[in-house]
Every structure is written in structure tokens, then in C-alpha cells.
Design a protein around this ligand. Structure first.
Ligand code: NAD
Ligand code: IPM
Ligand code: MN
Length: 346
């Protein structure tokens, strides 16, 4: 078994509990993890004035992967400070341009689409677009105030994420849905459509369909079975993947992998959800999204069999009706059930 050096950033709120659960499950499944925990969070900001130290990125660079719980506690620190001080710079600095978010129903999970059978892989552009951070405000506080937030789409950035989407579609059911709003946004989104059409010629086996983001939202609810790989910009992908979480039974199930496909820097794995301040003190956070994310991390690190064991254990647990209804079961009980399933006791 290879030893993997993992940087753990539990972060805020339920991030701590779900990270602990996921790491325990990974170890019980046989992964050998040498973990280093970093206390970077909103509390850390209040103590030090920084979400992470100046050399935080360089420190993380030495790890095989990063596992993160959740960042943000808006009652203490504005999100514009906490997220731009930790999560978003990591994605950018390590060129984790492909954010992979799977949406399918585990057996027994209660949710609005529980009788349906879908398997969607959302690929979210993760380093530019609407999250470029370019803009500003003038005449602040006056009636003449103007706020500008510029989306930046580069040819290299769009090409690489769409190509990544095609490659995933080749490995799956051969369908790629490209999401834009090119009927209203005539520069960036028309550019995105053109690049998609040009790359499509290189992948004749893949069936490409263009959707507008509004129509895609409706389709994900009304006809999720029609979708295979969905590729979208940073903001559209963010929104679609909370919708994806909802159709798979809640944010407690939605996993994510921030991948650097070139492996020139560590990739980062984290649940789609945030710190959930409304339930953080109750011990009822669903750890499944974090456990699924840790399985994606192990898969990325070459431990496909261990990842598969974890997925099978999760499915054995949900099939028994444990952790399938948001807020009903305790984090610890769901974790214990997954650990028992790994030992073959489920
Ligand atoms: P959220 O995802 O934290 O919570 C939305 C809703 O989903 C809440 O009702 C919450 O209780 C529920 N929920 C989330 N995860 C759950 C789980 N594992 N089990 C059961 N229920 C769960 O979104 P929010 O309230 O908009 O954000 C809270 C904070 O987290 C903000 O600071 C936000 O910016 C931040 N955030 C961080 C990340 C991240 O670190 N990747 C992601 C999203 C939001
Ligand atoms: C996510 C989150 C983040 C994002 C926030 C917290 C900045 O919502 O990972 O989905 O928008 O990327
Ligand atoms: Mn989000």
C-alpha cells in the first residue's frame, strides 16, 4: 500500500465533523494516509488576520492531495474575505481547472426524484469565468454608485475544460451537454459555443447538445435521465451542482473533486456543501458527501479498489435506510454504519 501525504483543511462549521468521518472511513477501507491538519478557517482569521499564512499555497504544494471540509462563517467573517482567502486561491494556484461533481441517487435515498434513474457528471470550469475577481466599485455609497464584475474567459481556459468534458463523455455514455447563456451573453458564451463546436469535430463519437442554463435547470429536474456529462462555466456549474445535489437527495450527498489534470500540483477534494451554520451545532450533518469525496480522492491517487470499497459500503448503508433523510440520523451513527459495512457487518 502506498502512503499518501494528505493536507487536511477541516475549515468551518460541519466541515470538521464530515472531514473526520471521511478520513476514518478511508483508513478503515485500507488507505494509508499521512495527514497534516491545517486549522485554516474563519476562527483562524479572527486570531491571525489571515485565512491562511502567506506561504500557505507553497506549504500545500508538497502534498499528494488536499481534503477540505467547508469554508465560511458569514456571521463572523464576510464570505468575500473567507472564500477569497482560502478556497478560491487554492483552486486557482494549483490549476484545478476541472471541478468534477457526480449526481446520482444512492439506493434508498429519499429525495424529490427518488424513483428516477439518472447518472450525471457535472464538469465545472473552476479557475476563471465569472469567478475571475475582476471588477470594482465607483462612487461607493452614493446614488451614482456602479459595481462591475467582469467574467474572463480565455481560449486556453475554455478549450481545456471542454476537452476534459469530451474525454469524460468518451469514457461514459458518449453524450456531452454544453451549458451557456449565449442567447443573452453575446461575447463569452458565443465564444464557448464556437470552441465546443470546433472540438466536437475531434470527437465524432460524442453526441453534443447545447443548452441554455435556464433550460438546463428545468431539464435536470424534468428529464435527468437524458443527461450524461454536463460541462458548464464556473458560476453556472456552481448553481447546477446545488440543483444536482437536490435531485440526488440533498447537499449531504454531493461530492466534488477539484482536479489538476496535468498533475503539476495537488488536486483538492471536498463536498459540494458549505459549513451549514444552521445545523452545525446539532451533530446531524450527513457525512456521505465527504465520504464520497474521499473515495474520489483515493481513486485519483491510484487506489481504485479502495475507492470502490467505500462506495459499496455507502450504498449498503443507504440501502438500509440509514442517512437517507436529511437531518434524521446523527453524523456519528451514519459514520459507524459505513465503518460496519466496510467490515462486512452491513
Ligand atoms: P450550505 O451548503 O452550508 O447549506 C445549505 C443548506 O444545506 C443548509 O440548510 C444546510 O443545513 C444544508 N446542508 C449542507 N450540507 C449538509 C450536510 N452535509 N448534511 C445535511 N444538511 C446539509 O450553504 P450556505 O448556507 O449557503 O453556506 C454556508 C457557508 O458555507 C457560507 O459561508 C458559504 O459561503 C460557505 N460555503 C462554502 C463551501 C465550500 O467550502 N466549498 C461551499 C458552499 C458554501
Ligand atoms: C462551491 C461553493 C463555492 C463556489 C463558494 C463557497 C465560493 O459554493 O464549492 O460550490 O462557489 O465555488
Ligand atoms: Mn456551490
Amino acid at each position: 500500500m502506498t502512503t499518501h501525504k494528505i493536507a487536511l483543511i477541516p475549515g468551518d462549521g460541519i466541515g470538521t465533523a464530515v472531514t473526520e468521518s471521511a478520513v476514518a472511513v478511508a483508513r478503515a477501507a485500507g488507505a494509508v494516509l499521512e495527514t497534516t491538519t491545517f486549522p485554516w478557517s474563519c476562527d483562524h482569521y479572527l486570531q491571525t488576520g489571515k485565512m491562511m499564512p502567506e506561504d500557505g499555497i507553497e506549504t500545500l504544494r508538497g502534498f499528494d492531495a488536499i481534503f477540505l471540509g467547508a469554508v465560511g462563517w458569514p456571521a463572523k467573517v464576510p464570505d468575500s474575505v473567507s472564500l477569497h482567502g482560502l478556497l478560491l486561491p487554492i483552486r486557482k494556484a494549483f490549476v484545478q481547472y476541472a471541478n468534477i461533481r457526480p449526481h446520482r441517487l444512492l439506493p434508498g435515498v429519499e429525495g424529490p426524484l427518488k424513483t428516477r434513474d439518472f447518472d450525471i457528471l457535472c464538469i465545472r470550469e473552476n479557475t476563471e469565468g465569472e469567478y475571475s475577481g475582476a471588477g470594482g466599485r465607483v462612487h461607493v455609497g452614493t446614488p451614482d454608485e456602479v459595481a462591475v464584475e467582469t467574467s474572463i474567459f480565455t481560449r486556453a481556459g475554455v478549450e481545456r475544460i471542454i476537452r476534459f468534458g469530451f474525454e469524460q463523455a468518451m469514457r461514459r455514455r458518449g453524450k456531452l451537454a454544453s451549458v451557456t447563456k449565449s442567447n443573452a451573453q453575446k461575447y463569452s458564451m458565443v465564444f464557448w459555443d464556437e470552441i465546443t463546436d470546433r472540438l466536437a469535430a475531434e470527437y465524432p463519437q460524442v453526441e453534443v447538445t447545447h443548452y441554455h442554463i435556464d433550460a438546463m435547470c428545468a431539464r435536470m429536474v424534468m428529464a435527468p435521465e437524458s443527461l450524461d456529462v454536463v460541462v458548464a462555466s464556473n458560476l453556472f456549474g456552481d448553481i447546477l451542482t446545488d440543483l444536482g445535489a437536490a435531485i440526488q437527495g440533498g447537499l449531504g450527498f454531493a461530492a466534488s473533486a477539484n482536479i489538476n489534470p496535468d498533475r503539476s500540483a495537488p488536486s483538492m477534494f471536498e463536498p459540494v456543501h458549505g459549513s451549514a451554520p444552521d445545523i452545525a451545532h446539532l451533530g446531524i450533518a450527513n457525512p456521505m458527501a465527504a465520504i464520497w469525496s474521499v473515495a474520489m480522492m483515493l481513486d485519483h491517487l491510484g487506489e481504485a479498489a479502495t475507492a470502490a470499497r467505500i462506495m459499496a459500503a455507502m450504498e449498503a448503508v443507504t440501502a438500509q435506510g440509514i442517512g437517507t433523510v436529511p437531518g434524521r440520523d446523527k453524523t456519528d451513527d451514519i459514520t459507524k454504519a459505513v465503518l460496519a459495512a466496510l467490515e462486512g457487518k452491513a
